[in-house]
Design a protein around this ligand. Structure first.
Ligand SMILES: Nc1ncnc2c1ncn2[C@@H]1O[C@H](COP(=O)(O)OP(=O)(O)OP(=O)(O)O)[C@@H](O)[C@H]1O
Ligand SMILES: [Mg+2]
Length: 590
């Protein structure tokens, strides 16, 4: 057995590097974090051969004074904390004083830096005895060359240059998401791969996630005491087969935290089913003392002092943002500058008696239709000559989904809004509206509507038994169903919201589901499933023809309903085809 002996410094650093410098992307992350800690407003990263040959990061931050340069490479030397108290409320990315020492143990590293008050820059190669004067306008340039040159075993684990660069790109994207106020660029083998000008969070999200993400995203911004959640969360129509578009930041630090991912997943649970993953960029801010960042060598995991509180807060904030009804949501559904479409004289003005809309809706719609019809009748309009109808503009603000034009094949509603054409999946939309209403009614004890004439139907033994055993659950859901003979069931009451539907089908579907899985004790947890079944059966079937006022009523209900933009299965309930989209179809303006 060999004797115990202290390890040489270089080996100690190489061991530490094993944790900190997993691959080239980890080097990039540490360097960019240092630049941000130094107050940089622009950071330029150059990568060669996936980062194995070279990683160079230049910033315009505060720089390092000449006397401190040797300390930058020393282990456990940092300018960022001094006491345990500092560590417990650390707000900088760095705090260990370990990154540069670890990197210098497995690569050839040099720092060139100039502070604001220095006459010129100084350069220090790791391992060299002294600094040398150098040319640099301001800030710091760190060059890391020949990664793992002295630890060939590590080098073998690296993937292709393209893969390693992709990881570097991921790192840069994460840092850039968190700091839109800083300009970034990233190049690989001399080619610029990203150029990100300083902007705001929305601008950065657009640059990094793309316009389709933003178009489907709800803005989140909720504060509760010391907690704040902000960012963007895409609606389920934009869900992805992988988690690649999920970004969570805690006090500006990208983290992969099970608790936060779980809270987000839960917030989507009611609107996103199946194998799809939501997309979001979310920033959680809280008192640095309430979160421990010193639990993982790459600092990608954190520990919350009040894990439960954080989970609840994130869940509720996100759920609320996703549920906000269309009319109130802060998405860009209604850009203010879209031209108003021309309205043709063939527009039907429904008579007052045909209206079954809620009163204010009905009046608004009538006013709009009259005005539009009057405008259209006096001068045959073209897109160019018709001035925007003021009524339409005014109403459009409150009616993002516009007004119905007609029905297509009994499946889709066609409507026009200020942007162009809106297509609505009638059944899916109605199902969602009903589901939300049923949930609200169930929360407030559902009102049962007694049927004047009970609906009788021949029932199987199983259905009869189920109706008896589950009488209580059925009552809770708003049904009054009882045997009316040895082979017959009578429905004497249904939830008021479903009174107009096919009572027999509804009752059968519900009994089938209850027989499958009795609900006596689990009603609370299964309630929403049962309500979904009810909504599906209560919703207008495809092929049923609706009147224009009925269609408009549905559009207004959708606008007022939480989560109305997707059906219970996460599919969209409506899509927008803008005039520009339509112009493209007809190659207008080409
Ligand atoms: N780009 C930079 N501009 C200014 N100072 C820098 C820069 N990079 C490093 N430094 C200085 O060098 C010190 C050591 O950096 P290093 O990354 O090794 O440690 P750290 O950032 O303090 O902690 P950690 O190991 O957690 O990253 C920093 O504390 C900082 O003072
Ligand atoms: Mg650092």
């Amino acid at each position: 057995m060999p004797r115990i002996h202290p390890l040489p410094d270089l080996l100690i650093s190489q061991i530490a590097a094993g944790e900190v410098v997993e691959r080239p992307a980890s080097v990039l992350k540490e360097l960019v974090e240092n630049s941000l800690d130094a107050g940089a407003t622009r950071i330029d990263a150059q990568i060669e051969e996936g980062g194995v040959k070279l990683i160079r990061v230049a910033d315009d931050g505060g720089g390092i004074p000449r006397e401190d340069l040797p300390l930058a490479f020393a282990r456990h030397a940092t300018s960022k904390i001094a006491t345990l108290d500092d560590l417990e409320r650390v707000a900088s990315y760095g705090f260990r004083g370990e990154a540069l020492a670890s990197i210098a143990a497995v690569a050839r590293v040099s720092i060139t830096s100039r502070t604001a008050d220095a006459g010129h820059a100084w350069k220090l190669d790791a391992g060299a005895p002294d600094c040398a004067p150098a040319a640099l306008a301001a800030g710091t340039v760190i060059v890391v060359a020949d990664l793992y040159f002295n630890t060939p075993a590590r080098r073998k684990f690296l993937k292709s240059a393209a893969t390693e660069f992709a990881h570097c790109d991921d790192v840069l994207v994460r840092m850039a998401q968190a700091r839109p106020d800083v300009a970034f660029s990233l190049s690989h083998n001399g080619q610029v791969k990203r150029r990100l000008p300083a902007t705001d969070f929305r601008g950065r999200a657009r640059d990094l996630m793309g316009e389709p993400f933003l178009a489907h995203a709800r803005a989140v911004d909720t504060e509760a005491g010391p907690l704040r959640l902000s960012g963007f969360a895409a609606l389920p129509a934009y869900a992805k087969p992988s988690r690649a578009e999920q970004y969570f930041f805690v006090n500006g630090r990208f983290v992969r935290d099970k608790l936060l991912i779980h809270a987000a997943r839960e917030a989507y649970a009611d609107i996103l089913h199946g194998a799809h993953h939501p997309a979001y960029v979310l920033f959680l801010e809280l008192d640095p003392a309430a979160v421990d960042v010193n639990v993982h060598p790459a600092k990608t995991e954190v520990r919350f002092r009040d894990a439960r509180g954080v989970h609840q807060f994130v869940f509720h904030a996100l759920q609320r943002a996703l549920a906000e009804p269309l009319a109130a949501a802060r998405t860009e559904v209604m850009p203010a500058t879209v031209p108003s479409p021309a309205i043709t004289p063939t527009l039907q003005v429904p008579s007052q008696s045909a209206l079954s809309l809620r009163e204010p809706d009905a009046r608004a719609y009538l006013d709009f239709a009259r005005q539009a019809f009057a405008d259209a009748a006096s001068t045959p309009p073209t897109a160019a000559t018709v001035p925007p109808a003021p009524t339409f503009q005014a109403e459009a603000q409150d009616s993002p989904l516009g007004f119905a034009l007609g029905q297509l094949q009994g499946i889709y509603i066609l409507a026009q809004n200020a942007q162009g054409l809106v297509l609505v999946d009638m059944h899916a939309a109605h199902e969602r509206v009903l589901y939300e209403k049923l949930k609200a009614a169930a929360d407030a004890a559902p009102t049962t509507q007694a049927l004047l004439v009970p609906v009788l139907f021949a029932a199987s033994a199983r259905e009869l038994a189920c109706a008896e055993e589950q009488a209580e659950a059925l009552a809770t859901l708003g049904f009054a169903i009882a045997p009316a003979g040895p082979q017959q069931l009578a429905v004497r009451g249904v939830p008021a919201l479903l009174a107009g539907g096919n009572v027999e089908n509804l009752a059968r579907a519900l009994l089938a589901e209850l027989a499958e899985q009795p609900a006596s004790r689990v009603l609370a947890t299964r309630r929403n499933e049962l309500l979904a079944t009810m909504a599906c059966h209560g919703a207008v079937r495809a092929r049923r023809s609706l009147t224009l006022p009925e269609m408009n009523a549905l559009l207004r209900q959708m606008e007022a309903t939480e989560r109305a933009d997707q059906c219970n299965h996460g599919r969209p309930t409506w899509v927008q085809l803008s005039l520009a989209d339509l112009d493209k179809l007809f190659m207008r303006g080409k």
